[in-house]
Design a protein around this ligand. Structure first.
Ligand SMILES: [Zn+2]
Length: 143
């Protein structure tokens, strides 16, 4: 057996939702700003772009799913709360705001949540773990 210790999918998804690294749970994962990304996790040194085709596409799909879910939820809630006299234009304005807020505000989370799915489907290889550890060690020695 390998020495890979990996958390379960719920833990990793939760980490992703809070913009943490799916692998180590480090705060902020590989984000240096809300939109700015570094090559590696700030905590464990894990290189998140893993030469697997389609990671960006998966993150974009995750953003669409999160935004679409928030739009459906807010629209449904608005209709349920105001039925039978649903205020169409105010509701459209609110749902539009939710879409912008989740679509833009959820940008880093779409990456970290997708990373959780990605790491779950393709657990870190021993080389990746060694590479991450080497990078994390180099970083701690530099400071
Ligand atoms: Zn990490």
């Amino acid at each position: 057996m390998s020495e890979r210790t990996q958390k379960g999918l719920p833990t990793m998804l939760l980490r992703g939702l809070f913009r943490r690294c799916a692998h180590c749970g480090g705060r902020g994962a590989f984000f240096t700003g809300w939109f700015a990304r570094a090559d590696r996790c700030k905590t464990c040194g894990f290189k998140w772009q893993r030469d697997l085709v389609g990671f960006q596409l998966g993150a974009a799909a995750m953003n669409i799913i999160m935004t679409g879910g928030a739009v459906l939820f807010s629209m449904g809630l608005g209709v349920i709360l105001t039925y039978p006299e649903v205020p169409t234009w105010p509701l459209i304005a609110i749902v539009g705001s939710v879409a912008l807020l989740v679509g833009i505000g959820g940008f880093p989370m779409s990456y970290t949540v997708w990373l959780a799915v990605d790491v779950r489907m393709h657990p870190l290889e021993p080389e990746e773990l060694a590479d991450a550890a080497a990078h994390a060690n180099a970083k701690t020695q530099a400071h």
